[in-house]
Each structure stands twice: as structure tokens, then as C-alpha cells.
Design a protein around this ligand. Sequence first.
Ligand code: THU
Length: 133
Amino acid sequence: MKEEELIKKAVEAMGLSYSPYSNFKVGAALETKDGSIYQGTNIENASYPLSMCAERNALYNAYCHGVTKEDIVCLCVAADTDEPVSPCGACRQVMSELLSESTPIILTSAKGDKKVTTIKELLPDSFKGEDMK
Ligand code: THU
């Protein structure tokens, strides 16, 4: 799938956002080697800490379908921001475990600006399972 199509899938997921508290809609979409697309959006709760970000929902959605990091070719995140959306720290930590270091991550804004990065760039020296050995 072309980058622009994956961006459209992330924007489409934004439309499903349940964000009555922040009114900030975020969408994410990832593509796997076999061409499957897994989407996620942010889902909030009146008990705020129970809310879940779009990126994590997309990754958890994919893993719930048997996808692993080796299968993921690209992750895209979209939000109605001026600059390409910046994933929160919790999402970066989850990405560091569920995405490969070099998997492209496309961050986009409502204006259509985009930044292509990797989790290695977004969260260098992340805490890993190996650190506990
Ligand atoms: N949010 C995301 O979905 N992804 C991010 O990386 C940043 C924040 C959501 C969480 C919450 O529903 C809303 O945006 C405001 O923080």
C-alpha cells in the first residue's frame, strides 16, 4: 500500500475516536507484510487514566489478530494538529516492545505535513525486557 493510502486509513480511524473529554481525535493504522491493515483510535473514559491512545489500540488490535513485530511494515498516526502528531511517552514505550527498531512510523498533521521516523529515534535507550536479566 502506498504511504498516502495508509495515511487515509489512519485519518479514517480518527473518525471513530471516542474522545468526549479531550475532543482530540487521533487515528492510527498499520500495514503488515501480507497487506492487511489494522486500525486504532483513541478511546476515553470518565475515569481519565483508563483512556487508551490510538497507536496502542492499533498495535493491540494487530497483536490480537496474531500479528508480531516482524510482520509490521509501517505504522501511521494522524491527528488534527499543526505539526505532525507526537506520540505520548506511554505509546513510545509500547512501540519499543511491539515494533521493530527500524519500522517506519509516519506521523501526520491535519495540514498534511508528515514526518517519517522510527521508534529508535522516538525513544532511544528504551527500557527493555532484557534489562531485567
Ligand atoms: N492521544 C493519542 O491517542 N495518542 C497520542 O500519542 C497522544 C494522545 C489521545 C489520548 C487522549 O484520548 C487524547 O489524545 C488527549 O490526550
